[in-house]
Ligand binder design. Structure first.
Ligand SMILES: Nc1ncnc2c1ncn2[C@@H]1O[C@H](COP(=O)(O)OP(=O)(O)O)[C@@H](O)[C@H]1O
Ligand SMILES: [Mg+2]
Length: 322
């Protein structure tokens, strides 16, 4: 059973169609990233799951319950985007406050607070006022709040927005630890390079439509494109290889080899060895999620507001592998 499932989910805010039939699934124990530019509909989708806004049509279930029931919501932790905790609270008093809302006893709260603050690296700042915290510390406290009642599913809306690189790294580490504890994490983000490092699967939402979905390794693979390196001082005779139907080009100290349909990289390996050359480096080339995102968004909507440089198609060796 999926932890989150939506089928043909639609949402209209009067004239604005925020979601135009979105279907997705999130499985237990995975980190799922819903990506897209501002206004794509990410927060709307999350708010429907949490019954903060009502769907126009379609279906959505969370932890096996239809959305809108309180049963499932009790087992979910949520970090809203742009949340503001009152500055007069400390980390400790804030978690006591939320713990009371969750109906936890003083004893449970006293046990849980140091544990959570340890996890998010705020133990030393437990009794300082939130108004003195950096953005990264506030986001980490937000994570502690979302996890406080030990939910099975944690929904994070833009958890790394406005946080500096060190803070983002810390947030990623926390998410990784939660995953190791078997939690399912659903996060919204418009910061692609961040997400790439942590998500098992992503969906790309654009103007209310899911335009790509899959695991990151599959989405970023450039089919049939390899980087080859030889022992120092050796050169790959590209002309000869090209005659066998491959596309080859030099790229710094390496060569990029593009296979044509039906070829496997074994042909190249065998060929290199038969010439007495020594293979020292062989990897399948990947594009970054950011490249994929730009390419996908561009394909879906030519001429969208991106700098010209970002709009150029990625140059692929010999045009193969696309
Ligand atoms: N309460 C609302 N009333 C009217 N329009 C809204 C409301 N909330 C969001 N929208 C619109 O719905 C679209 C999707 O917004 P949102 O879900 O916040 O996107 P994202 O989280 O991806 O930035 C946007 O065009 C936004 O302006
Ligand atoms: Mg949003």
């Amino acid at each position: 059973m999926s932890v989150i499932e939506t089928r043909n989910l639609r949402k209209h805010y009067r004239r604005i169609e925020a979601l135009k039939g979105v279907s997705l699934r999130v499985e237990r124990g995975e980190i799922y990233g819903l990506l897209g530019q501002n206004g794509a509909g990410k927060s709307t989708l999350v708010k429907i799951l949490l019954s903060i806004v009502r769907r126009t049509s379609g279906e959505a279930t969370m932890l096996g319950e239809p959305v809108g029931t309180t049963r499932a919501r009790q087992r979910v932790g949520y970090l809203p985007e742009d949340h503001q905790f009152p500055g007069y609270h400390s980390a400790e008093s804030l978690l006591h406050f939320y713990g009371r809302l969750y109906g936890m006893s003083r004893h449970d709260r006293n046990r849980r607070i140091p544990e959570m603050l340890e996890l998010v690296g705020l133990r030393g700042r437990a009794s300082t006022k939130i108004r003195t915290y950096s953005k990264g510390m506030k986001q980490r406290l937000g994570l502690a709040q979302a996890m406080f009642h030990d939910p099975e599913l944690i929904i994070l809306d833009e958890p790394t927005d406005g946080v500096d690189p060190v803070g983002r790294r810390e947030i990623r580490t926390i998410m990784q630890r939660l995953k190791e504890q078997g939690k399912t994490i659903f996060l919204n983000s418009h910061l692609l390079s961040e997400v790439e490092l942590i998500c098992d699967r992503v969906g790309i939402l654009q103007r209310g439509e899911m335009i790509r979905e899959g695991d990151i390794a599959t989405l970023t693979r450039q089919k049939g494109l390899f980087i080859v390196g030889l022992a120092e001082g050796e050169t790959l005779p590209t002309d000869e290889l090209v005659r066998t139907g491959l596309s080859v080009s030099r790229s710094g100290i390496f060569w990029e080899v593009a296979l044509s349909d039906g070829q496997t990289i074994d042909v190249v390996v065998d060929w290199i060895r038969s010439r007495g050359l020594r293979l020292r480096h062989l990897v399948e080339k990947r594009q970054s999620l950011e490249d994929l995102f730009v390419a996908t968004v561009d394909a879906a909507e030519p001429g969208i507001d991106l700098p010209r440089s970002a709009r150029q198609p990625r140059v692929m060796v010999g045009g193969a592998g696309q």
